[in-house]
Design a protein around this ligand. Sequence first.
Ligand code: PLP
Length: 402
Amino acid sequence: MAFIEASSPHTMNTYGRLPIAMSHGQGVRVTDVNGKQYLDGLGGIAVNTLGHNHPRLVPALQDQIGKIIHSSNYYHVPGQETLAAKLVELSGMTNVFFCCTGLEANEGALKLARKFGHDKGIERPEIVVYEKAFHGRSIATLSATGNEKVQKGFGPLVEGFIRVPLNDIESLKAATDGNPNVVAVFFETIQGEGGINPMRIEYLRQVRELCDARDWLLMIDEVQCGMGRTGKWFAHQWAGIVPDVMPLAKGLGSGVPIGAVVAGPKAANIFQPGNHGTTFGGNPLATRAGVETIRIMEEDGLLANAAKVGAHLKTGLAAALQAEIASGGVKEIRGMGLMLGIDLSKPCGALVQQAADKGLLISVTADSVVRLVPPLILSATEADQIVAILCPLISAFLKEAA
Ligand SMILES: Cc1ncc(COP(=O)(O)O)c(C=O)c1O
């Protein structure tokens, strides 16, 4: 008998929640209020970079809470300067605006792009976005999102977006040729909610070149795929490119809400006092979480760990699902580092509860893609445990009558 009722009478009915409530966690394990333990293959959806109850993060946050949690952006916040300097060093960009969530970081990016256009005399700026993209659930970011389910019921959508397919430079050129209103191209290096769909290295370079040639901003949403998840600090760095604008959130604070808009020289001075702001953004607690997360990632070599254990996990999944890949039940295993998707031939939302019953947390995205975005501290042994729980479930699920 679950301790928690399956319904939530007083919170809005926005989530199809599992009848599980977490009590506490340690490393990559979480325990629910009934004492059942789970291996965390989801990491709070790519948020819990350092896992749970990290022995160096927790005392640092306790120390910060005892000093000051929040002041105001009316004053300087020293933690913002420390974290911004670190993000600048890691990204090769120049300035940072802090906010609280991924959608808020993306809103900031969209406003930057529009003002970049207005400053150049473009009165109706247009931004290129992608099929299957996910950028958030505010009115502007859901308009940029390429998923009708997310948009349905919220029209009229924000105008000024041009949508193109992934990895097709000719389509991008055809959609924008002769249009003087284009100001930016905006995408995720690896689409998360859209089903773990990577942009190809060559395509990333081609878009960078096109943006330079046409004086557009290259804006890369690294909210889900960034912060070390693929084995580089930011996934686009595999292509050796640097964007003009990069929204971050999720893993940046290891669970403490924080977002950031990182800008390069072309975008860093677009906002002036009064153009943009947020009450909570970059408060002392959130920025301390960011600083300590990055410090611990560096000290413990978590980028290398994400790359190594991610490759091990991908190989393990492919080996255990060999028959299912051969039969077409598993169409593809995609992704990099600890951002992996197993694309099945049929909708597989039911696997989420089945995996939880067996003590593994996963998610299913784009209806038929099992997503694994565990904490970056995952060990090879724990990766093997994920394979051992998940693959037999997938195998049995595919055998069930369609
Ligand atoms: C790529 C990407 N951008 C933006 C968001 C929105 O972030 P948030 O839920 O923090 O608003 C998400 C959330 O899943 C995301 O994956």
